[in-house]
Design a protein around this ligand. Structure first.
Ligand code: CA2
Length: 151
């Protein structure tokens, strides 16, 4: 049976959403983000499992577990976007469709944020739309899963 569940992954420091740097990341909290993704997924008949961790290995274990019961992954890897070959390898290893989402647009920020190790293992890319980008990413990923789009 085809799984109708998505894994939502938020990386390091995203637990601080809504508490600091509102000029960059807005005022919504991580709980708000998880609700946005859950509501978007539910509108298409999908459930979600949400994880956030400040520890790379915990994120990698969560991604590996998605092999068992998820159809795709929505991920904001946080700063690991720009540093982690291991996170990228985990995403490539599970071979599920991936949507990469960033609240800000890293390409318009410091040069050390311009490269993403996740980019070429993701089929959907959303950046610079604020937390609303999580809804866009979720719906576009489901469109890919249901064959209505190619990313
Ligand atoms: O724009 C994004 O979503 C980022 O993935 C956020 C990461 C950053 O390293 C990426 O370059 C772009 C940082 C997440 C930190 O989140 C915070 C939220 C509120 C207060 C402090 C940090």
């Amino acid at each position: 049976m085809t799984e109708r569940r998505l894994l939502l992954v938020n990386g390091p420091n995203l637990n601080l959403l809504g508490t600091r740097e509102p000029e960059v990341y807005g005022t919504s909290t991580l709980a708000d983000v998880e609700r946005i993704v859950s509501d978007a997924a539910a509108s298409r008949g999908y459930a979600i499992r949400a994880i956030q961790s400040n520890h790379e290995g915990v994120l990698i274990d969560g991604i590996h577990a998605a092999r068992e019961d998820c159809a795709g992954i929505v991920i904001n890897p946080g700063g690991l976007t720009h540093t982690s070959v291991s996170l990228r390898d985990a995403l490539a290893g599970v071979a599920l469709p991936v949507a990469e989402i960033h609240i800000s647009n890293p390409r318009e920020r410091e040069s050390f944020r311009h490269h993403s190790y996740v980019e070429d293992v993701a089929i959907v890319h959303v950046a610079g739309e604020g937390v609303g980008g999580y809804e866009t990413a979720t719906l576009r990923l489901i469109d890919v899963l249901t064959g209505q789009a190619d990313g």
